[in-house]
Design a protein around this ligand. Structure first.
Ligand code: MEV
Length: 315
């Protein structure tokens, strides 16, 4: 199985070498495999409870991703094929790490079926290769969260994934809100790269603001300063707006979260649809925010509650 994830800080910046903060969530994708004797090729039975449109929209990328994992692990399906059945409680939608949890779950299942004895690092490496099928040049943050779970800081440096668990002082009560819009990570990542190429000075200045902000955010997590954390999430969202990765629906959701008591709110993941994440001060204020969003925010098409406690997500 592979966990879903919520990026708290650093979507897109992480593709350009910055540090990100990500929480693995306990909802996961699982994968079972069946060898199709004498029937070559790969069949996918996708039973994941996705938001409408998601599975169809991602089908071609998924095929590429699965083949990359099979090639990486040297599994040949040209004589005996493979049926891949995906399921589990994670609701696939843009931003929640569904693609990474898919390729992590597949890598683990292949390891078991073919006795590959993959280590966790090898599962993560295999999933990183698979993520390439979903979005060309992944930073590796999603597959790392999907493999290991928990709250981690992550950075890609010199083609290596550097990550460590963050010891945080207070539980995080999060609300994740889905727009129902499936965004193409490949396209949005390419647009941000274009912005960087066309406006290098502007981009460098955003990166520098972000680097200061993420260092403060990690300190706020370690100190248990939730108000500072919320403030920094708001600031991070503003930087995401400047990266041009927000949209009207995300703006309406983020505004409503702040209006109805969130300590901070921002888009999370790819952007231009997908999800937003809001931080609240307690389980009670989280429940209140969920109710207000249901009553007053039509752009909030899906709402999930999460907690992150003691280095583990969503217990
Ligand atoms: C997508 O969940 C996160 C991005 O930063 C892409 C990546 O890190 O590979 C947009």
């Amino acid at each position: 199985m592979g966990f879903g994830k919520v990026i708290l800080f650093g979507e897109h910046f992480v593709v350009h070498g910055c540090e990100a903060v990500v929480a693995g969530i306990s909802e996961y994708t699982d994968c079972s495999l069946e060898v199709l004797k004498g029937k070559p090729g790969v069949e996918v039975v996708d039973k994941r409870p996705a938001v409408p449109g998601y599975i169809k929209e991602k089908r071609a990328e998924q095929q590429k991703a699965h083949q990359l994992v099979l090639d990486h692990l040297k599994i040949n399906t040209s004589v005996d094929g493979l049926r891949i059945t995906l399921g589990g409680p994670l609701v696939p939608s843009s931003g929640i790490g569904a693609s990474a949890s898919d390729v992590v779950a597949l890598s683990r299942a292949l390891s078991e079926l073919y006795n590959l004895n993959l280590t966790e690092d090898q599962v993560n490496g295999s999933a990183f290769v698979g993520e390439g099928g979903y979005h060309g040049t992944p930073s590796g943050v999603d597959n790392t969260a999907a493999t290991f779970g928990g709250l981690i800081s992550y950075k890609r440096k010199d083609s290596r994934s550097l990550f460590q668990s963050i010891k945080f002082a207070k539980p995080l009560y999060l609300v994740v809100i889905g727009t129902g819009i499936t965004a193409s990570t490949t396209k949005v990542v390419a647009d941000v790269r274009k912005l960087k190429e066309e406006n290098p000075m502007f981009f460098t200045q955003l990166v520098s603001q972000y680097n200061t902000l993420v260092a403060e955010a990690i300190k706020a997590l370690q100190d248990g300063d939730l108000h500072a954390l919320g403030f920094l999430m708001n600031k991070c969202h503003d930087l995401c707006v400047q990266l041009t990765i927000s949209c009207n629906e995300l703006e309406a959701i983020v505004k409503a979260c702040r209006q109805y008591g969130a300590l901070g709110a921002k888009l999370s993941g790819t952007g231009r649809g997908g999800i937003a994440v809001a931080l609240t001060s307690s389980a009670k204020s989280r429940d209140k925010l969920v109710q207000e969003l249901k009553d007053n925010c039509p752009e909030a098409k899906f709402i999930w509650k999460y907690s992150v406690t003691n280095g583990k997500a969503n217990l």
